[in-house]
Design a protein around this ligand. Structure first.
Ligand code: M6R
Length: 607
């Protein structure tokens, strides 16, 4: 989410920044901007919409004089995607300009403090707090480096930012914490950016910055310091071998794979600022004005519909709220039965799916409140819902949705806890376990994904000749079985059906033979023994089985795929990428067009 780039060197900076922003546009594209120092003045250009809108604003004359500057392409988190909220942001005296990627979680608290000190805010962003804070720091310390370090000690949340000062043309400062930032080392020029492709046409020599590191650089040299102590940190230069084209996918062969691998960070982003550590309370200010529903009705399509089905299990068990889940294209042509205290929840990655949007309009016409869970800020569903929660998955480019579902599940899980707490149903021990397990989850996933990918690749070699597949699960994992089947058919064109394992014997088991394999989700949970019996029934009919299971399952199946284990429902976050990787590797093995499968579009804006 959000792409940042900074350049200092011998070339005209603006074209370098624009080229860099083009390759970062996948990170967000609702507004863009850049800033540079020329003739002792900070020059700022910003535009809402895609990068072309910014380019149209740059008159070719004086913009070519600057040889350093900063640029940004935005994925809105705080504030509408308009020009005022676009980056860079300036301090009140226009001495400092800053671009930021991340979320300043305590921005409200800091803003109050800064307003008391006389700071004036022009945008709704959390970022403006950071630039004002640094400006205060410069007044206190007289040094930009010290000011940044002072400011960062007050900031909570995630950031990667780059900053320029009117008083120090040619110098750039940048720092990171829990958001990516890479330094590019060139000859007589240096760069920082959110991702390597942004400067790859100019240098392959990179320095990976770590959390709490601050870089100060000009065209000739760079130095890295530890935030707080300002002690110099020694860093090594690495040479990357990527070619410019491949790197547009961040080094991944396909956007889909990249997006699967982004899920640990998506989980971190979705959790950022959502849990009050002291009390264990879930923070969802977006629904603060919505009373706890007596009944919840979820409407969505495709993968988002599967996220809705999964939510039903959580919501009913934690918050004891009965949930109906419906496919939007069915819902919109049925009579709407009025029910008091019912809330409708629409789930959509794009926020533009025509059926979901039509369902939303119908519900609003009847005067019911609609809560939208959506990944694209400023999209139709985000704008038209009465209450909106943005899912923070960042731009999802691959047609097959992966990380968006992961983000939807994190948010609806939090929503279940939130309403359970409001109904006084929440056991503090559950909250503790949920919070601790969630905290540990992204790192474990980061570590395990490469091996899971290899397992998926070896399994697909055995099973890719199958013409049909069953995906089975029970309880919470039934919706995931549906999702696993959807992913496989969508990108590999192998027919696949997701079933509740206990339902197989009511008809579909007739299809089982040695050429009709099953992928079963059989985790160590209270339903394990039930699914084990279902698998025996398949084996009795000579069906081959891949069991997605955990250490010590004792299952005797054709292929046991052991995934890591965490607390209860959070095992979902290991199952989901395993299913996605299985579909991905199968499609690659069969030579299919993974990112743009036939007959499909990313956003289905027609009926
Ligand atoms: O943008 P939405 O979440 O509303 O999209 C819904 C479906 O079109 C979408 O999930 C689709 O099923 C994906 N291609 C599945 O990978």
């Amino acid at each position: 989410m959000c792409g940042i780039i900074a350049y200092t060197g011998h070339r005209p900076a603006v074209p370098v920044l624009i080229e860099g922003l083009k390759s970062l546009e996948y990170r967000g594209y609702d507004s863009a901007g850049l800033a540079f120092v020329h003739m002792n003045r900070l020059h700022l250009f910003r535009a809402s919409g895609k990068l072309e809108a910014l380019e149209a604003k740059l008159d070719s004359g004086h913009v070519l004089h600057a040889t350093s500057g900063i640029g940004h392409t935005r994925w809105a988190t705080h504030g509408l995607p308009n020009e005022v909220n676009a980056h860079p942001h300036l301090d009140i005296n226009a001495h400092i300009a800053l671009v930021h990627n991340g979320i300043i979680e305590n921005f409200q608290e800091l803003k109050t403090m800064l307003v008391d000190c006389g700071c004036i805010f022009r945008s709704e962003t959390d970022t403006e707090v950071l630039v004002c804070l640094v400006s205060q720091g410069v007044k206190k310390t007289g040094s930009v480096r010290e000011a940044i370090s002072w400011a960062l000690n007050l900031v909570e949340g995630s950031y990667a930012f780059a900053l320029i000062s009117r008083d120090h043309p040619g110098t750039i400062w940048a720092a990171r914490h829990a958001s990516p930032l890479i330094l590019g080392h060139g000859t007589g020029e240096n760069f920082v950016a959110s991702d390597i492709p942004a400067f790859l046409p100019f240098t392959r020599e990179v320095i990976f910055l770590e959390d709490n590191e601050l870089v100060e650089m000009n065209s000739e040299k760079w130095a890295v310091f530890e935030v707080g102590t300002l002690k110099p940190v020694s860093k090594s230069i690495q040479t990357v071998s990527w070619d410019v084209q491949a790197a547009r996918k961040g080094g991944y062969k396909h956007f889909m794979l990249k997006e699967i691998f982004e899920q640990p960070q998506v989980i971190r982003n979705c959790l950022a600022g959502r849990i009050e550590r002291r009390t264990g309370n879930v923070l969802l200010p977006e629904v603060a004005n919505l009373s706890v529903p007596k009944r919840l009705h979820i409407i969505a399509c495709g993968t988002s519909y599967h996220a809705g089905l999964w939510t039903k299990y959580l919501m009913e068990s934690f918050a004891r709220i009965p949930v109906d889940v419906e496919i939007a294209s069915e819902f919109r042509y049925k009579p709407l039965v009025p029910e008091k205290d019912k809330v409708y929840l629409t789930i959509s990655q794009s926020g533009e799916t025509a059926d979901t949007l039509a369902a939303l309009s119908l519900i609003k016409e009847q005067g019911f409140p609609v809560l939208g869970l959506c990944n694209v800020a400023g999209s139709s569903i985000a704008r038209e819902s009465d209450h909106v929660i943005l899912t923070q998955a960042g731009p999802e480019i691959s047609v097959a949705s992966t990380k968006a579902m992961c983000s939807q599940l994190v948010l609806t899980f939090l929503l279940s806890l939130y309403w359970a707490r409001h109904k006084n149903l929440l056991d503090p021990q559950i909250v503790d376990r949920a919070v601790n397990s969630f905290d540990a989850l992204p790192d474990i996933l980061d570590q395990k994904l490469p091996a899971m990918s290899e397992t998926a690749a070896s399994l697909c070699r055995i099973y890719s000749s199958a013409r049909s597949f069953f995906f089975l699960g029970r309880g919470l994992y039934y919706p995931l079985a549906l999702e696993g089947a959807l992913k496989l058919k969508e990108i590999s064109y192998i027919h696949a059906e997701g079933y509740a394992a206990g339902e197989l014997k009511h008809g579909p088991i007739a299809l089982i033979d040695p050429d009709f394999p099953t992928l079963a989700i059989a985790l160590a949970d209270p339903l394990f023994r039930k699914i084990k019996s279902n698998l025996k029934e398949i084996q009795a009919r000579k069906g081959r089985i891949i069991a997605l299971t955990q250490e010590g399952s004792g299952l005797t199946v054709d292929n046991e795929w052991v995934i890591p284990q965490t607390w209860g429902p959070l095992n979902t976050f290991f199952v989901l990428p395993a299913l996605q990787l299985f579909a991905y590797e199968t499609a690659v093995y069969l030579g299919k067009d993974v990112d743009q499968p036939r007959n499909l579009a990313k956003s289905v804006t027609v009926e």
